[in-house]
Design a protein around this ligand. Structure first.
Ligand code: HMG
Ligand code: MG
Length: 298
């Protein structure tokens, strides 16, 4: 990818919907994803293979994947916490999955019911099997700029997990500001520290917007050299195991921000607004995207 393009990873149908009070039927989730593809998004999270007891909103992710099928040039990814999740993802035809760890012990326990070290150990056989089947694996690190339970998280703790996921074979590591507490200076310092251990092309930014800092943090990461960002249509999202955290930075905001400085995203903003209107109506709530709201008023 050239330095004047940015790859957006659309997480609305997973990170977005996992935190909504309403559990949407498979058909609506599929229709959302298809609208996002029509808008030009090419990497999209489509679900999570986790026990419905933990995240009921992601139940039936296998059916979502089967409905979507394969589409040339489009990657549907899903979250898998363990081998059982990977096996379900493979059966549903997934060609890319993501494992998820945290930089904070307290969050790791709450979110995936084990320590950081245990989680990394658990990912080893997941990685081995996925790579053997030619399935790409992305890695997430949560709480990179703060933990909902313990506050500040040392940069060194993040770097350690990033290095391990990369060494294990994750082609890309998404740095998650799960609670959106970060500020641009801290984001820049973090990216620089991670980029001294793994290639910067293997890093992605995943900023939640709880404090309204997500766009500023994206810009800081961009200036530090990051060219992959996670975002969610309409600013949907949060993490059920991160109390109080709101949605990801809205995809509409990122397209506006990036195209506004000459960086191609491949996304058609008008079509994206339609996808946003569709999911807002399905959830019965207004958009959290200020760009979407401004353009609709214009
Ligand atoms: P556990 O309860 O410790 O699991 O959960 P277990 O291994 O003891 O198994 C308990 C039961 O679950 C067993 O069934 C297993 O078969 C079943 P039983 O014998 O009782 O009938 N089970 C499964 N079922 C379906 N799919 C599976 C699976 N695994 C076990 N994959 C576990 C441990 C990791 C499974 C659980 O804690 C979990 O799934 N946590 C995930 C929570 C989650 O999805 N959080 C949100 C995503 S992370 C996020 O949003 C952050 C991110 O956006 C980045 C950021 O913003 O920071 C990525
Ligand atoms: Mg998230």
């Amino acid at each position: 990818m050239s330095m004047d393009a940015v790859r957006l990873v659309e997480v609305g149908a997973r990170d977005g919907l996992q935190n909504e009070a309403l559990t949407l039927p498979v058909e609506v989730r599929v229709a959302l994803i298809e609208r996002l593809v029509a808008a030009g998004l090419r990497t999209l999270e489509a679900g999570a293979f986790v026990p419905p007891r933990w995240v009921p909103q992601m139940a039936d992710s296998d059916r979502v994947l089967r409905h979507l099928g394969q589409r040339p040039g489009v990657t549907y990814t899903t979250l898998v916490p363990n081998l059982q999740g990977l096996d379900a993802a493979l059966q549903a035809g997934c060609r890319e999955v993501a494992v998820f760890a945290a930089a904070s012990e307290a969050f790791s326990q709450k979110n995936i019911n084990c320590s950081i070290a245990e989680s990394l150990q658990r990912f080893q056989p997941v990685m081995a099997k996925a790579l053997e089947q030619g399935v790409a694996v992305r890695g997430y690190v949560s709480c990179v700029l703060g933990c909902p339970f313990t506050g500040d998280v040392p940069v060194a703790d993040v770097v350690r997990v990033v290095r391990e996921l990369h060494a294990m074979g994750c082609y890309e590591i998404s740095l998650g500001d799960t609670i959106g507490r970060g500020t641009p200076g801290k984001a820049r310092t973090l990216i620089q520290a991670c980029a001294s251990e793994v290639p910067i092309t293997a890093l992605a930014g995943h900023f939640h917007d709880t404090y309204g800092m997500a766009v500023a943090n994206v810009q800081a990461a961009l200036e530090a050299g990051v060219r992959v960002f996670d975002s969610s249509v309409s600013g949907l999202g949060g993490c059920p195991y991160s109390p109080g955290a709101t949605g990801n930075v809205a995809t509409e905001e990122l397209v506006y921000l990036l195209e506004g400085q000459g960086l191609a995203t491949g996304v058609d903003l008008a079509a994206l607004l339609e996808a946003g209107a569709f999911i807002d109506a399905a959830l019965g709530k207004p958009s959290a995207s200020r760009v979407a709201n401004a353009l609709r008023r214009a």
